[in-house]
Design a protein around this ligand. Structure first.
Ligand code: F6P
Length: 527
């Protein structure tokens, strides 16, 4: 392994002083060499600050790190989630690998999709008639995937209106329920554990709001069937899944129920088919042409070799406005780890900080820093080559802006170019000298562009699985367990101890001075 890292770093030394401008000038075939395809999906790495030999060394590193071995172990159902003693089989939800003996994936899927169709067709109704609205109550992986996909596939949402309530801030539920009819609203409680504080508090709230209708108009999705029964949701409306599905990998299971009610069983099947096409590619394509591997290794290059800690994820697609939030959980909860699989401190930086907003809006807020700030923030652009049928018109403007941002980041505008332009525009030498530094773009800032034909259910499934597998590959190279999330537990436990003090004014035992002072201030100000 060490020699592979040494090799990768040697390429970095070779490339560090060579600007992207020069790399493009030296190699007219750079796009052909560094962009990769799976059908209509294009991943263009040519604006990353690497070249083919460097990428070759990164792929060799992935191979030496045992990415294929761990991938195949995951596919075989080995318990690669070592700290929880669980297999990692979200690929089984799209029939890409076998599920454990006795776990009836197809039957469970058919059951929740039948229910979705019954709701859509008005065969299962509320007290006041066919459901007009569905409220999904869940958080983290029980919210972000279906909420992201429901937004992304808005043109396909021809069932009842979908709403997603996650936050334990009562405002979220109050604002969502305002204007809904309790006699025509279905509440879906989605929680793998059926113990999550936020979800259970919101589930109780919605049960009260539904009143006499609650007995009929609530459904649940969980691995905790006893918990659902204890809450009062009848077995006929409880949809299960399995402990081998991680929360942030669960939108393909019954956790996608609300989404399925929105888009229907056929489109849900297309979403799964898209993910399955990426699974097939991930499981079989040589690492040199394997899109998740290449994307992951470009990320390793950014993070561990170039030392850039952040990633801006910028879809040029308004309907992907929740995609960065979704990937934040997928990536940061998976790879935000500080020890390796055997519990020893990890020797290098792991998961990057991911954030983002759709373009072009982002251009008018934080892109200034990306272009001229003192930190380099690599950008992942995502765009569809053509709009959904009803949205024609603006799409060329959108795509031109997407490509222009990649160009501006990579090639910038030199001081000499700025000065020449200003001279042509008749500016005085003094003015040119004063303004040129402000108007110069350093360039040499990396980006990856992911492009596909159209944002339909298949493309969304494939894109999402691409990111899932990218996260897997990076976790394998860093040697961390990407499938646990112990880092979220301490805060949950501490909140439990603070609730009596905040809610009831109970004395705070052994709190630090800051927490005690803030709790006192909350009591004073909150009344
Ligand atoms: O707190 C983190 C977490 O456990 C996530 O991993 C998970 O997606 C989320 O909470 C929700 O958990 P559940 O589906 O069990 O309510």
């Amino acid at each position: 392994m060490t020699e592979h890292w040494t090799e990768v770093h040697a390429h970095a030394e070779r490339l560090r002083g060579r600007q992207l401008r020069r790399l493009f000038a030296e190699d007219p075939a750079r796009f052909a060499r560094l962009s990769f395809r799976l059908d209509d999906l294009v991943v263009d790495l040519s604006k990353e600050k690497l070249d083919a030999p460097a990428l070759g060394a990164l792929v060799a590193l992935a191979r030496a790190a045992g990415v294929e071995r761990l991938r195949d172990a995951m596919a075989a159902g080995d318990e690669i989630n070592l700290t929880e003693g669980r297999a990692v089989l979200h690929m089984a939800l799209r029939d890409s690998v076998p599920a454990p003996e006795g776990d009836d994936v197809a039957g469970t899927r058919a059951r929740f999709l039948d229910f979705a169709e019954a709701v859509r067709a008005g065969r299962f109704t509320g007290a006041g008639g066919p459901f007009s609205d569905v409220v999904n109550i869940g958080i983290g992986g029980s919210d972000l995937g279906p909420a992201m996909a429901a937004r992304a596939l808005r043109p396909d949402c021809d069932g009842p209106r979908l709403h997603f309530v996650s936050n334990v801030d009562g405002a979220h539920m109050a604002d969502t329920l305002a204007g809904l009819d309790p006699a025509r609203t279905l509440a879906v409680v989605a929680s793998k554990t059926f113990t999550t504080l936020e979800t259970m508090a919101n589930a109780r709230l919605v049960r009260d709001w539904l009143g006499a209708h609650a007995a009929r108009q609530m459904a649940a999705v969980s691995t905790n069937l006893a918990g659902c029964a204890g809450f009062g949701i009848p077995e006929s409306r409880v949809f299960g899944f399995w402990d081998w599905v991680g929360g942030r990998y669960s939108m393909w299971s019954a956790i996608g129920l609300a989404l399925a009610i929105g888009i229907g069983a056929r489109r849900f099947g297309e979403l799964l088919a898209g993910a399955a096409s990426m699974d097939r590619h991930f499981l079989t394509a040589p690492l040199e042409r394997n899109l998740p591997v290449l994307l992951a290794m470009a990320g390793i290059w950014r993070r561990n070799v170039m030392g850039w800690p952040g990633v801006a994820l910028i879809p040029y697609d308004q309907r992907l406005e929740r995609f960065a939030a979704y990937v934040q959980q997928l990536d940061m909860e998976s790879n935000g780890k500080r020890v390796t699989r055997d519990g020893t401190p990890v020797a290098m930086a792991t998961g990057p900080v991911i954030w983002g907003e759709p373009g072009t809006n982002a251009q008018h807020s934080f892109f200034q820093l990306l272009h001229q700030g003192t930190d380099i923030v690599p950008v992942d652009f995502i765009a569809a080559a053509r709009p959904r049928a009803a949205d024609a018109g603006h799409h060329a403007l959108l795509l031109a802006n997407c490509l222009a941002q990649g160009q501006a980041l990579a090639f910038g505008r030199s001081a000499a170019e700025v000065e020449a332009e200003m001279a042509v525009a008749g500016r005085s030498p003094a003015e040119i000298a004063r303004l040129a530094p402000h108007r110069t773009f350093p360039g040499d800032r990396p980006s990856t562009t992911i492009l596909f034909r159209e944002l339909d259910a298949f493309a969304l499934g494939r894109l999402t699985a691409l990111f899932e597998h990218k996260v897997f590959v990076q976790g394998a190279v860093w040697g961390v367990n990407s499938f646990d999330q112990w880092g979220v537990e301490l805060g949950k436990a501490l909140a439990g101890t603070l609730i009596p003090a905040i809610r009831d004014g109970a004395p705070l035992a052994q709190a630090d001075a800051s927490t005690a002072g803030l709790a006192a201030a909350i009591r004073e100000l909150g009344g």
